[in-house]
Each structure stands twice: as structure tokens, then as C-alpha cells.
Design a protein around this ligand. Structure first.
Ligand code: EPZ
Length: 418
């Protein structure tokens, strides 16, 4: 298992480019199942979760051709409408094939995900929505079997709570349903809008993406399309915090600044100097002492849960007490005890973490528990005195494309130990 060895204390300098978004690329790949024609996707990030999704699609019947960060997918027919436990247990986003499979061939068999490091993460809302669209659902042996032999019918789906992949899954189911589907209390994340843009290029009729009510008029068939995935806002946010935590001067290029408005606002309140030199760049300069600023995670456009762990690492270096409240997932503080091993002063009470700072961090051996928790340990290590060794960095490889190379180019002393 690979590890990262990081010696902290260097202020990062220079430009760090951002990849295409993992969480946008995953549903985009699944959307290719909706047509027999080729779908070409550009800016697909080279991360492990994408390879997992491609493996799943190949088993389902897709021919996948990759050329750099461009991937072309052709699915002349569905060979096996199934997402097996072996893949779903390693990546929950595998459930994104449920909607497209039922829409394309009238049936799907998808393993239930089970527990996860950050929370229960059920898919009951995906299932609820599909039932509304007329699918018959049967659950047995840890699998969901969905069937709609006569095709899906448009319906009103009111989500009990906001779900990102649930909204995406239902949108993909509804594009080929008969009549109109209205998704209420839908997720407004940029990744949902990006998927709507791709589906529209494929011939779907979708209105209201980016708002909480999405209207979809079903069409007979979709066709091939070409689409470039939006930049990864979580990767951009992680690098922004890397600049701030090391007191450096870093330009994050190829990003969409509006997508991380909530983080930028918190960084500015904390005293970091964040500017936008051009439409696709954010520059962060460490400006002496940081102040503690509370944060509560929310659905978009609120502060992203996927940046909470990284922000907590930053708050260990800020003056005062920051209260970090996690509202999306019930168990997303696994990084806190690891940060404490490095010297952080963090108290957890239910869904809140009290971070008292500034504390000098010192290098230590720590373990990555999930994707964003690993990113927070990397950030803490960049600010720590001495060497930190982070074990199980396969978690970080799920969502960051060679993060160590990007950080090293900005001056970080980081190496992968195989
Ligand atoms: C997406 O997960 C992202 N993954 C996650 O990214 C992200 O943390 C999350 O949205 C929240 O922003 C992808 O886009 C592939 P949800 P998703 O359904 O869709 C509950 C990362 O680090 N819920 O919006 O699975 C659920 O338990 C990650 O890249 C139900 O109760 O999240 C959670 O508490 C990890 N029933 C809340 O809703 C359901 O059927 C929001 O989850 C679905 C969700």
C-alpha cells in the first residue's frame, strides 16, 4: 500500500492547475448508457473512481476508448444490466447506473451499497423516485432489482432530502420516460447542471437544472454527443487551502471561482488574501495570522461537506476556536483524531467539532480513512514541523489525480513511498 512522506514548513509558490470534476465525470460516464451512439467526454480526471466506473460500464456492454483525458463510450447494447457488490462496495457512485439502465433496457440489478466510512449513505431516495416513475422494485440478497418492461412514465418526485447522485440518477431515468417528470427539492450542485448540459446535448429536454425544481420532458431516444466536464471545485478548494495553510502564494488555474464561493468567503473572513486575477483563476496569499471562523456544511451553494476536513486542518492554524458543524454525513470527522496525533486540539460533540488554535503541528504517522480526510492530512502535514507519513493513500487516489506531483511542483516536499 502506498504512503506519502511529507516534510512540512515550505510556503507553496506558483500555479496549480485543476482537473475535470470527478463527481461530474461519474454521472456523465453513466449517461453514456442511455444511447447506442458514441458519447465523447473531455477533461475526464485520471483517478481511481473513474477507472472503477469504466470497468463497470465495460461489464455492462460499453466499449471505452481513452485518449489522454478524452474518453469515448459506445454501448450498442446492454449485455448485463447489473452493478455487482464487488464494485459497488468499493464505490457507491456505481448506483448511478441504476436510472440509465432502467431507462434504456427496462431493468437493472444493482447491489445495495452498505455502510461507509463517512455515514450510512442509503439509496432509498433513488429507489423511491424510480418507483414513482413506474418501476417495480424488488429487494433480495443485498440487491435492488428494478423493472419497467413497458418503459418508465413521467411523474412528480418530491425528494424528502436533497441528494446529489439521487437527483442525477432520476434525471437520467426520466429523460427517456413517457411524459413529464418534475423533480422537487432537487440538488443544485454544479455537477447536476453539468449532467443536464450533457443530456441536453444528447437530445434530452431539461429545464431548471441548478434550481431545486427540474422539469424533464421525456423523449423517444437520445443520440451521441461531445462534452467537456466542468473543473473539479473540491480539488480547487483543496489547493486553495494548501496555499493558505502554508502561508504561500498560489494561483489555482482552470477553475470556476463561483463554484467555491462559500469557501473563498470563509478564507477571506479568516484573513487569507484571496483574489480572482481572471475568470478561471483564484490566487491565495497567506497573510500572516489566520483567525478562526465557524463553518456549517450545507448543500450547494452552501459550504461543501467535501471541503470540511480540509478546512478543519486550516483551522488548527487559526487564532481562536472554530466550530465546524457537519450536517450532511453523520460520521465525517474521522480525520480529527489523526489531526490530534499531529498536535491539533479538537473536541468532537455529536455533529460539531471545536477546533482551538493555533497549535503547532508536528509530523507523525497517520492513517487516511476516506478521500477528503486524506486530503486534510496532506494539508496538515504541509504545515507541520518535521516528517509526516500518511498510510493508505489509495483513498486519495480515488479522487485526486497525482496530488503529490501537483503539490511538489509548487514546492511541497512530498513523495510517494511504494
Ligand atoms: C455526492 O454523494 C458526492 N458523490 C459526495 O462526494 C458528496 O459528499 C455528497 O454528494 C454530498 O455533497 C458523488 O457525486 C459521486 P447525497 P451522494 O445523496 O450523492 C442522504 C467525495 O468525497 N441520503 O447527496 O451519495 C445521505 O445519507 C464524495 O467526492 C439518503 O438518506 O450524497 C446523506 O446524508 C463522497 N437517502 C445526504 O442524503 C438517499 O437515497 C446527502 O447525500 C440518498 C442520500
Amino acid at each position: 500500500m502506498d504512503k506519502f512522506a511529507i516534510t512540512g514548513g515550505t510556503a507553496l509558490q506558483g500555479e496549480i492547475p485543476v482537473n475535470g470534476s470527478k463527481n461530474s465525470a461519474l454521472p456523465a460516464l453513466a449517461a453514456a448508457l442511455l444511447t447506442a451512439e458514441p458519447v465523447t467526454l473531455r477533461r475526464i480526471p485520471r483517478v481511481r473512481d473513474i477507472r472503477t466506473m469504466q470497468r463497470l460500464l465495460v461489464d455492462i456492454g460499453t466499449k471505452v476508448d481513452a485518449d489522454g483525458d478524452t474518453v469515448t463510450l459506445r454501448t450498442p447494447r446492454i449485455v448485463c444490466a447489473e452493478a455487482p457488490y464487488e464494485l459497488v462496495k468499493t464505490m457507491r457512485a456505481s448506483s448511478l447506473v441504476l436510472g440509465p439502465l432502467v431507462a434504456r433496457c427496462g431493468r437493472a440489478r444493482v447491489s445495495l451499497p452498505g455502510g461507509c466510512a463517512i455515514g450510512a449513505r442509503p439509496i432509498n431516495l433513488h429507489i423511491f423516485g424510480l418507483e414513482k416513475l413506474g418501476a417495480r422494485i424488488n429487494q433480495a440478497h443485498g440487491y435492488i432489482e428494478a423493472e419497467a418492461a413497458e418503459g418508465l412514465r413521467g411523474a412528480m418526485v418530491q425528494f424528502d432530502r436533497i441528494t446529489v447522485t439521487g437527483t442525477e440518477d432520476l434525471m437520467m431515468a426520466a429523460v427517456l420516460a413517457k411524459g413529464e417528470t418534475v423533480l422537487r427539492n432537487a440538488a443544485r450542485e454544479p455537477e447536476v447542471s453539468d449532467l443536464a448540459d450533457l443530456l441536453t446535448k444528447m437530445g434530452a429536454k431539461i429545464e431548471g437544472s441548478g434550481t431545486s425544481t427540474i422539469r424533464i420532458q421525456g423523449v423517444e431516444a437520445l443520440h451521441g454527443a461531445e462534452h467537456a466536464i466542468i473543473p473539479d471545485r473540491i480539488e480547487a478548494g483543496t489547493f486553495l487551502i494548501a496555499g493558505a495553510i502554508t502561508g504561500g502564494d498560489v494561483a489555482i488555474t482552470g477553475c470556476v471561482p463561483e463554484h467555491i464561493g462559500a469557501l473563498v468567503s470563509k478564507l477571506q473572513q479568516a484573513g487569507a488574501d484571496v483574489t480572482q486575477p481572471d475568470a478561471g483563476t483564484l490566487r491565495v496569499r497567506g497573510a500572516g495570522r489566520l483567525r478562526s471562523v465557524d463553518v456549517t456544511t450545507e448543500e450547494y451553494p452552501g459550504f461543501a461537506t467535501d471541503l470540511q476536513a480540509q478546512y478543519m486542518a486550516l483551522m488548527t492554524q487559526a487564532e481562536g476556536i472554530a466550530i465546524v458543524t457537519e450536517t450532511i454525513f453523520e460520521n465525517r470527522f474521522m480525520h480529527a483524531p489523526e489531526l490530534a496525533r499531529m498536535g491539533a486540539n479538537i473536541r468532537i460533540e455529536g455533529r460539531q467539532a471545536m477546533v482551538a488554535g493555533p497549535r503547532e503541528l508536528t509530523g507523525a504517522g497517520v492513517i487516511a480513512s476516506d478521500l477528503r480526510a486524506s486530503a486534510s492530512l496532506v494539508l496538515a502535514a504541509l504545515a507541520a514541523r518535521g516528517e509526516t507519513v500518511i498510510d493508505r493513500v489509495y483513498h486519495i487516489d480515488r479522487g485526486y489525480d497525482r496530488i503529490e506531483e501537483k503539490l511538489a511542483r509548487a514546492g511541497a516536499k512530498i513523495r510517494r513511498v511504494e
